[in-house]
Design a protein around this ligand. Sequence first.
Ligand code: PEP
Ligand code: MG
Length: 328
Amino acid sequence: KQAAYAELRDVEPFTRCGTRIQVMINAGLRDDISALAMTGADGVGLFRTEFQFLVSATLPQRERQTRLYRDVLDAAGNKPVIFRTVDIGGDKSVPYLASDIADNDENPAMGWRALRLALAREGLMKAQARALLEAGAGRSLHVMFPMVSEPWEFDAAKTVFDEQLAFLRSKKKLLPESIKFGAMLEVPALAEVLDLLLPKLSFLSVGTNDLTQFLFAADRGNPILAQRYDWLSPSILRFLRRVIQNSVGSGVDVAVCGEMGGRRLEALALLGIGFRRLSITPAAVGPIKELVRKVDLAEISAAMTTWLMDPSIDIRRELTLWAEERGI
Ligand code: PEP
Ligand code: MG
């Protein structure tokens, strides 16, 4: 199997019906980037910048951040890297950022974390914005904000970048050739106001790890709750399908970057409801590329439409049979 996946490295993932699917990787460390060359993935769809913060005993200074981002871009060559601004706080807490607010967080996943924390700790966000803009000098830069709950949060985060950009321009520094901004959709409320958000974005990435824990009010890290919901449940799939439907015509690329996209049946379901871009764990790239090449999109889309009409249908079972019948 491993050898077969290695052979797929240089093969672009076209479906059987000829649609190119973007298969990207999730990463967080400089060394993760070597997986791009090893798997032939299309780029880094999610670079979790908080890893550097989590492994540091003290707040990483701006120069260290710049160095990491530059190294990552160098290692990625001409493949795009989507840097997600820090998602610390909550359960990914770091001692040097301790605060009364975090200490009193009884519900860390829904608490003082990610963009909420970054926007309040202005120095943190400014330093990261500058580090990313400096690292992206002369190249294309992709920046994504985590845990956006309302469109104004996206605006506020982008304003920090605009200010740092204006500063660098005033200093006659080399700027990025292009900058694209995106948001993660992981707070369900954001889906209801997508029409307000989409015109501001270049790309949207659905973080199904957090999104599903919020949809089901079931802690993603609690093993007792792991059986409480299925990524192939009609609630999740209908929700995700609506996100795709509401994005049609907006010109915004919509991806999934949660763990879900790296699993065979789940990836099949995502293709069936209209996703054409997945960012997944590097080990899943080979298996997912292999799967993509066997899929006829019209066929899986028709099947998903039928199955999603009746919430009593066991979609996991149907997908398993469907895949077996087609040797997938
Ligand atoms: C997600 O929530 O699905 C996601 C990709 O982000 P993280 O797992 O880092 O919270
Ligand atoms: Mg998340």
